[in-house]
Write a protein that binds this ligand. Structure first.
Ligand code: APR
Length: 206
């Protein structure tokens, strides 16, 4: 089941703090809806959503992001789910773009997925690829850059690197939220950024 969260985790507080601070200058706005959930509208009118669910079940977004491996092949977690749902055409198209390095992102079409595009980002392996935070931030930045280049209006991200690659979830959430907050003002095409967190435990992190 997909639902919206109360956004009170350390990472979310960080975002709210920066949102409120910018709000004083008129750049960002934040409001609570009737259910008590926080809707965040960042600089430039970019909407950020945090939902619990499966990244392959985001029919209403134009692009979903894959927590990929360097070879852009199927795998466990997100990569397995995306390749299963997209069908073999995805691996075939992606093969020509591989390998990619940590922090890099490339784009393919969505094949049998309901989304027009899949953006494949390779996160850092925690404790191995340095500097981790910068490489993880690059994944989000490069994915948003590709989205802008393709004139994509909505993007759904999983929590890159926080599974097999063992990046601590709170730290990873802080990086993700920071990049989106920083980049919001320069986004022209992207109007919606959705973070799709898998389990109930993950949902508490944002
Ligand atoms: N939708 C949303 N989130 C998911 C899904 C899904 N269908 N499946 C797993 N997750 C969550 C995990 O719980 C984790 O928090 O996404 C996060 C990222 O997990 P991974 O998919 O393991 O990605 P990552 O840590 O970046 O590792 C990438 O894993 O699958 C292999 O081939 C892949 O080598 C690559 C590595």
């Amino acid at each position: 089941m997909q639902g919206y969260f109360f956004l009170t985790s350390p990472a979310t507080k960080l975002l709210l703090k920066s949102t409120f601070e910018k709000g004083r200058n008129g750049a960002n706005r934040i409001s609570k809806n009737g259910g008590g959930n926080v809707e965040r509208e960042l600089a430039g009118g970019v909407k950020v959503e945090v939902v619990q669910g499966d990244v392959t079940a985001q029919e209403d977004v134009e692009a979903i992001v894959n927590a990929a491996n360097a070879r852009l092949e199927s795998g466990g977690g997100v990569a397995g789910a995306i390749h299963d749902a997209a069908g073999p055409g995805l691996a075939e198209e992606a093969r020509a773009l591989a390998p990619i390095s940590p922090g890099e992102a490339v784009v393919t079409s969505g094949h049998n997925l309901p989304n027009r595009y899949v953006i494949h980002a390779l996160g850092p392996v925690y404790g191995q690829d340095h500097p981790e935070a910068e490489l993880l931030a690059d994944c989000y930045r490069n994915s948003l850059r590709i989205a802008e280049e393709r004139r994509i209006s909505s993007v759904a991200f999983p929590a890159i690197s926080t599974g097999v690659f063992r990046y601590p979830k709170v730290e990873a959430a802080e990086v993700a939220l920071r990049v989106v907050t920083e980049d919001a003002e320069s986004l022209r095409s992207v109007r919606l950024v959705r973070f799709v967190l898998f389990g109930e435990e993950d949902s508490k992190v944002y």
